[in-house]
Design a protein around this ligand. Structure first.
Ligand SMILES: Nc1nc2c(ncn2[C@@H]2O[C@H](COP(=O)(O)OP(=O)(O)OP(=O)(O)O)[C@@H](O)[C@H]2O)c(=O)[nH]1
Ligand SMILES: [Mg+2]
Length: 465
């Protein structure tokens, strides 16, 4: 299948800083704090869009940033929120984390399979809180505010797996490539030896009302589900297509085989590869009926297909859908006979399946929430590492963000930071790692001295009363 891959760097907008300000009024010499919050930064969002057909936009431009939030101001005025940056990608884009350093693909972020589906790939930073938030009974005039939170930033890998609506499946030389060439503008290689096609070809077919995409899959042989004849590679492509068009060679093909036996083999390979493939909607095509002497084979194939349809309806031959499922399209990819009515049938079925998929979409995974949650859980973790005697390094996404968000010139801001550390249980972790009074603790480019519980308890007391 047509696969396109790009790696891009995304960064949300940083949060604006909270404001440090006090009220000034004519009759009040020193008013209370009135510093407003900084605005949140914008997010970088990926959105699947049907009108986008490739990842070409990301081939040459690799860096994408959302706008930052502006700073808070006096009189409790909030900063403005940064705009989200929406990056449109084709439907069928799979998004992974990517490590630029290790050149490694990481965890799956999302598989955007529906038009309009979205995922936030880099969240904007929260705005810093203004000093009005830090008033306590003992601290009436907080002389600090938070800086804005830095935004998330990361490299991601976008991979487009063009999703065909229907896949042409069958034994080698059944005429799959001939058929796609008949139905669309695709011009694949056609020849009378097996395995002419080695990578799938895609073609856009014009139906009466809707267009649809067909994939011509390389031929499958017995044992394909075990990897025979590159079977795994080929079967993998079918996983993402909603409809299987099974092409059967009525002449018995290159080895004078029995067409009904071929039909059985392919069905079996699909079922052995994955249960769901056995259940997948399917249209059966009897190809090469222009060749004299194929009538008997067509009759036997029809019987076989009808038997399958009845079995699928639990033996009830009058059940709804049995007649439809028993239908075999007699065509000649060579002369074009029967191809029009086959196109009609595929178009109808594809449209029906698309509508059903849209309805089912409601209850589907919201990648957005799943990914956000997963990342938050991970960001919260941190590690304490002893670098040498008396020196420890603390590493973790969230804890490092707290450090960046703090104004280190301001003592009150520092003791507030210490309070936040304690809520994460940092002191305990440091003690566990063997830290003692006076040791140096490093986080990012900052260093501070480890102090015993006494002083931190003081801070707790002050903040909690
Ligand atoms: N008489 C006749 N010959 C056909 C028809 N369709 C295909 N052929 C011939 O069958 C041979 C194989 O056709 P392809 O379209 O390459 O078959 P394929 O299924 O794509 O084969 P692989 O790519 O090897 O899996 C070619 O020689 C075609 O000309 C048909 O309807 N009638
Ligand atoms: Mg072919």
């Amino acid at each position: 299948m047509f696969v396109d891959k790009v790696r891009i760097y995304v960064k949300g907008g940083d949060g604006g800083a909270g404001c440090l300000s006090f009220r000034r009024e004519a009759h009040v010499p020193k008013g209370g704090p009135d510093g407003g919050d900084g605005g949140h930064g914008g997010n970088v969002v990926l959105e699947a869009d049907q009108s986008v057909s490739s990842l070409l936009d990301y081939r040459f431009k690799h860096h994408f940033k959302a706008t930052r939030g502006t700073h808070g101001m006096g009189k409790r005025m909030h900063g403005a929120t940064g705009d989200d940056l929406i990056l449109k990608v084709p439907v069928g884009t799979v998004v992974h984390e990517y490590s630029e350093e290790k050149k490694e693909t990481g965890e799956l972020i999302a598989d955007l399979t529906h038009d309009g589906e979205r995922v936030i790939v880099a969240e904007g930073g929260h705005g810093g809180r203004g000093n009005i938030h830090f008033v306590t009974s003992t601290r009436r005039a907080p002389a600090f505010a938070e800086l804005g939170e830095p935004a998330q930033e990361c490299w991601i890998e976008l991979e487009m797996k063009l999703m065909a609506d229907a896949a042409l499946v069958g034994v080698p030389s059944a005429g799959k490539s001939s058929l796609i060439a008949r139905m669309s503008a695709a011009r694949p290689k056609i020849a009378d030896y097996p395995f002419t096609t080695l990578v799938p070809n895609l073609g856009v077919v014009q139906g009466d009302e809707h267009n649809f995409v067909v994939a011509d899959i390389p031929g499958l042989i017995e044992g394909a589900h075990e990897g025979k004849g590159l079977g795994h590679e080929f079967l993998r492509h079918i996983e993402r297509t909603a409809l299987i068009v099974h092409v059967v060679d009525m002449t018995g093909g290159y080895e004078g085989r029995d067409p009904v036996e071929d039909y059985r083999i392919i069905n079996n390979e699909l079922a052995m590869y994955a249960d769901e493939l056995a259940q997948r909607p399917r249209i059966v095509v009897a190809n090469k009926v222009d060749v004299p002497g194929t009538e008997d084979a067509v009759r036997r194939l029809k019987e076989e297909v009808r038997k399958d349809a009845i079995a699928a309806a639990n033996g009830n031959e009058f059940a709804d859908g049995v007649d439809e499922a028993s239908r075999v399209f007699e065509i000649s990819a060579l002369t074009g006979k029967g191809v029009d009515s086959l196109i009609h049938a595929i178009a109808d079925k594809v449209f029906e399946l698309r509508s059903a998929a849209k309805e089912a979409q409601e209850g589907e995974v919201q990648y957005d929430q799943v990914w956000q949650h997963k990342r938050e859980q991970r960001d919260r973790k941190y590690t304490v590492r002893k670098l040498s005697d008396g020196i420890f390094r603390v590493e973790g996404v969230q804890i490092e963000r707290m450090v960046v968000q703090t104004d280190w010139e301001n003592d009150e801001a520092l003791s507030f930071l210490q309070h936040r550390f304690n809520r994460l249980g940092l002191e305990k972790e440091l003690l566990k790692a063997g830290a003692v009074n006076g040791d140096e603790i490093r986080i990012l480019g900052r260093a501070f001295e480890f102090e015993t519980a006494e002083s931190t308890e003081d801070i707790f007391a002050e903040l909690d009363d």
